[in-house]
Design a protein around this ligand. Structure first.
Ligand SMILES: [Zn+2]
Length: 182
């Protein structure tokens, strides 16, 4: 477990990809069928399928360093534990093609992913309180708009996520505690 100072959080967030992280941070192992493309707009990267990926195939293993605070590149697995993600896995409100896997914290394919498809998951299925909130413009009917974390969703949206998405073990537990309290 690596405890991060606010300054370190800021530094890691300023990097364009996880391969630029200092060597004491272990980044996750990726499926060899997955690659990065550079975004023209920001110079950051996004993840895509270099060849067809089948349903439930592992995209990225949950074998990276644990950190105590969320960063742009992390996903949450426990109250104060976050894993460094692959980076470039974009948020998708309605039709993500990847999900977190219960028990392993791997990311796996929800369905067959075609060659050249970009890889996405719904950030609200892992993040309680997102490090860098943003406005989603996906245009889907059920867009969650202000993506700040599961914590900030209204009761309807919490239930909707719970009933329609694969959530992390952490958020499932958090949600059942929340349901008991109302
Ligand atoms: Zn959206």
């Amino acid at each position: 477990m690596i405890n991060l100072s606010a300054k370190q959080v800021e530094h890691l967030n300023s990097l364009k990809k996880v391969s630029e992280f200092p060597s004491n941070f272990k980044t996750p192992t990726l499926n060899s069928k997955v690659g990065y493309k550079v975004r023209n707009t920001t110079g950051g990267v996004c993840l895509f399928a270099k060849e067809i990926i089948i349903k439930n195939e592992v995209i990225c293993f949950g074998n990276s360093s644990m950190i105590d605070k969320p960063i742009i590149y992390s996903y949450q697995i426990e109250e104060n534990i976050h894993l460094i993600g692959p980076g470039g896995l974009d948020h998708n409100c309605q039709n993500p093609n990847c999900r977190i896997e219960s028990g392993t914290n791997n990311f796996v394919a929800i369905r067959t992913i075609e060659k050249d498809e970009f890889l996405t998951f719904n950030y609200l299925t892992t993040e309680f309180n997102i490090n860098n909130s943003f406005l989603c413009n996906c245009g889907e009917e059920r867009c969650f708009k202000n993506i700040r974390g599961f914590k900030y969703l209204n009761d309807n949206d919490k239930a909707y996520i719970c009933n329609n998405f694969y959530m992390s073990d952490f958020l499932k537990k958090k949600y059942s505690d929340f349901s008991k309290s109302v």
